[in-house]
Design a protein around this ligand. Structure first.
Ligand code: PLP
Length: 359
């Protein structure tokens, strides 16, 4: 049966990328060796990481002064690494608390400086993006989470800030075009929208580095990886390779503009069904904050008893990964870049059919 993977992460990758990635495991590029057993300093991997960097620069239209890094430790390591590298003790950074991941970033940042949480939607269980914060004049940066994977909220337009933005883009990285210039640092775990788990992309404005007084361990200092072109130690070669294949796929699909067009269409199909189907309702209170990546919904009160039954039918129809995060419940359809429109349509058809039978 055709499978529809709505998992929040690790998440769906383009079928063509998986096919090529599978070949590389046994016979990379016809050389008779697996990519998994080749030196990270050999000509094959050198070509891969150079192409990955060039494609990333091209797709994001990165201005000079920004560096692309391929790190390990997940987005979660960036929660501490960013403030460690950017914020002196005694200095202030502003944070917006839009969900569990933002909260974890705040917790780690407090180890390194004064953290001013300028807005939060915690009291309302993060059902909207809190936009009322004022960035203090002396803030070194403003940290935001561009897409809140668990709650299905997304900054449609990034906030204006006098301080550079530091952004956790893990779950909507490369899903839409945006101007990089207001950003001092962007980080994203690959496993949501780019590649397999194991590498984290960091885009950093180089002139912001080297301004903190504390001593930094080499592995936690961005400058180490800038200097060594992400090859200070053995990098996660395979996740970087698969990410490179996805970057090629993005370019072939019209770059970020083309990808965004498809993402908007897919999300509109699903939200439209949620809004007009009497059995379902969205959980995000401000429609302008609805994520194009993670679509969260529940069953309306009258039909709440049918949740299990609907989930069962989803599974029976090859649709997996639809359970909402344990802190939210209900359903979450993650419809990242690689999710085909046909899979979104299959879910919508099932919702509509279910309503006809049970409504
Ligand atoms: C998944 C996720 C993380 C955590 O990523 P790890 O790579 O597992 O550390 C952080 N932030 C956001 C927005 C996420 O979606």
């Amino acid at each position: 049966m055709k499978q529809h993977n709505f998992s929040a992460g690790p998440a769906i990758l383009p079928a063509s990328v998986l096919k090529e990635a599978a070949k590389a495991v046994t016979n990379y590029n016809g050389i008779g060796l697996s990519l998994l057993e080749l030196s990270h300093r050999g000509p094959e991997f050198t070509a891969i990481i150079e192409e990955a960097n060039a494609l990333m620069r091209e797709i994001l239209e990165l201005p000079d002064g920004y560096q692309v890094l391929w790190l390990t430790g997940g987005a979660s390591t960036q929660f501490c690494m960013a403030p460690m590298n950017l914020l002196n003790e005694g200095e202030t950074a502003a944070y917006i608390d839009s969900g569990v991941w933002a909260n974890k970033a705040i917790k780690e940042a407090k180890l390194f400086g004064n953290i001013d949480v300028i807005a939060s939607s915690k009291e309302q269980n993060y059902t909207f993006i809190p936009k009322n914060g004022k960035v203090p004049k002396d803030a070194k940066y403003l940290h935001i989470t561009s897409n809140n994977t668990i709650y299905g909220t997304q900054w449609a337009k990034f906030p204006k800030s006098s301080a550079p933005l530091v952004c956790d883009m893990s779950s909507d990285f490369l899903s839409r075009p945006f101007d990089v210039k207001p950003f001092g640092l962007i980080y994203a775990g690959a496993q949501k929208n780019l590649g397999p788990a194991g590498t984290t992309v960091v885009i950093v404005r180089e002139d912001l580095l080297g301004t903190v007084e504390r001593k930094l361990p080499s592995m936690l200092d961005y400058r180490t990886f800038i200097k060594e072109n992400s090859l200070y130690n053995t990098p996660p070669v395979y996740p970087i390779y698969v990410s490179m294949l996805t970057l090629r796929w993005i370019k072939k699909n019209g770059g970020l503009k083309g990808i965004q067009r498809k993402n908007k269409t897919k999300a509109a199909i699903l939200y439209n069904e949620i809004d007009q189907n009497p059995l379902f309702q969205g959980t995000v209170t401000d429609k302008a904050d609805r994520s194009l990546m993670n679509v969260c919904f529940v069953m309306t009160e009258k039909y709440a008893a049918l949740e299990k039954e609907f989930m069962h039918e989803c599974k029976a129809n090859g649709m997996s990964g639809l359970a909402g995060h344990r802190s939210v419940g209900g359903f979450r359809a993650s419809i990242y870049n690689a999710m085909p429109k046909s899979s979104v349509q299959a879910l919508v058809d099932l919702m509509s059919d279910f309503a006809k039978r049970k409504g």
